[in-house]
Ligand binder design. Structure first.
Ligand SMILES: *Cc1c(COP(=O)(O)O)cnc(C)c1O
Length: 354
């Protein structure tokens, strides 16, 4: 199909997402969970990768239980997956009765007030706060949950899941076991992506991974068991042969010598290429690593291609096998989640394995 706007010819960069890799990451998580079923967290537009294609792929891979953060995300997901169980982490917000009913959504109730307002409306989840102080009932409130509440998933969330030796992790698991033993429910769930890799004591009845599906390393101190489904190729729009001492970009932060060669790429912070990657990011041209030089601007970055043969129109890897989201995140002091969820809307998106 040819189109004029948002094509490989008109976009500044091409974002390729391999849905087969996301499916195989789901299978890998299922394998880690053994007999325990695996839900899929697809909040924030499927961690930036596009909730439609991502959720469809996960459904094809066997996922039936989906979590999103917001009610509007649940409504959007319902149009994609008519038969999925869709759970809303933010809970039963005031005035959202019609949305839950009309789109058959399940709220993760996080306070006695939400429970009181939901009671009598059918299936729900309950979130218990075992140590994160973010969402959920305090453990000493659970004895006030009314009899007859139809609780599907009883859940909690780890604050330090990627550090399985953290004392808080063990304490949260202990507290959650006590709560599970006194609250009637169908399925207990604690493990996010990192939690899945803690081992069976964290699995309970349902895994709840997000980031690992999308290739983020759930075991940051060990080799990544997941594969990266993302490739971002930025387009060179101009090549500069430097013939006199000068500088590049806003603030003139990076000095240039005669003989250097730069390329300007049509991607900037407006596309989610974080400004904190200024003079820190790395790009790949084939197997060759090339540094980002000077400030990232709104629509452009500059790379030092001294010694390389490059031309306008050529694509370079801004994210790929050698510089996956976790590596870019390390370079600028953030986490892979933030790199993914910032991926911009101007890219030409191509889905493989659809
Ligand atoms: C986002 C989220 C998850 C998924 O976490 P990952 O670290 O991405 O695997 C699971 N549970 C809750 C409550 C969340 O907010």
């Amino acid at each position: 199909m040819s189109q004029i706007t948002n094509s490989v010819h008109t976009a500044g960069a091409i974002l390729s997402i391999d849905l087969d890799v996301i499916k195989s990451n789901y299978q890998r998580l299922c394998q880690e969970l053994g007999d325990v079923p695996c839900a899929a967290v697809v909040k924030a537009n499927g961690y930036g990768l596009g909730v439609g294609p991502v959720a469809t792929a996960l459904w094809q891979a066997g996922a039936r239980t989906f979590f999103v953060a917001q009610i509007d995300e649940g409504i959007e997901l319902r149009a994609v997956l008519p038969d999925a169980d869709i759970h809303i982490l933010v809970g039963f917000l005031h005035g959202s009765d019609d949305a839950f009913r009309q789109f058959n959504l399940i709220p993760v109730l996080n306070s006695l007030d939400q429970i009181d307002r939901w009671k009598g409306r059918g299936r729900c989840d309950v979130h218990v706060d075992t140590g994160m102080t973010r969402l959920g009932l305090a453990p000493d409130e659970v004895d006030q949950i009314p009899d007859g509440l139809d609780i599907d998933v009883l859940m909690t969330h780890l604050a330090c899941a990627d550090d399985k030796d953290h004392p808080l992790t063990h304490q949260q698991i202990r507290t959650f076991r006590q709560v599970r033993d006194v609250v009637a429910h169908k399925r207990a769930s604690l493990a996010n992506s990192s939690g899945v890799f803690i081992g069976p004591e964290a699995h309970f009845d349902l895994g709840r991974p997000g980031c690992a599906l999308y290739g983020i390393n759930p075991t940051p101190h060990q080799e990544n068991p997941m594969q990266n489904p993302v490739r971002l190729q930025g387009k060179i729009v101009q090549v500069h042969e430097i013939d006199t001492q000068s500088s590049v970009g806003y603030g003139a932060t990076h000095a240039l010598e005669a003989g250097q060669k730069l390329a300007t790429i049509a991607v900037g912070y407006a596309d989610g290429y974080l400004r904190s990657l200024s003079s820190k990011g790395v790009v790949y041209i084939g197997e060759q690593e090339v540094p980002v030089v000077g400030r990232v601007s709104m629509d452009l970055i500059s790379i030092d291609i001294t010694g390389l043969d490059c031309e306008a129109g050529q694509l370079v890897d801004l994210i790929g096998p050698h510089n996956p989201p976790d590596r870019l995140a390390d370079l600028c002091g953030t986490i892979g989640y933030e790199i993914l969820t910032n991926l911009g809307s101007r890219y030409k998106r191509i889905y493989k394995g659809e």
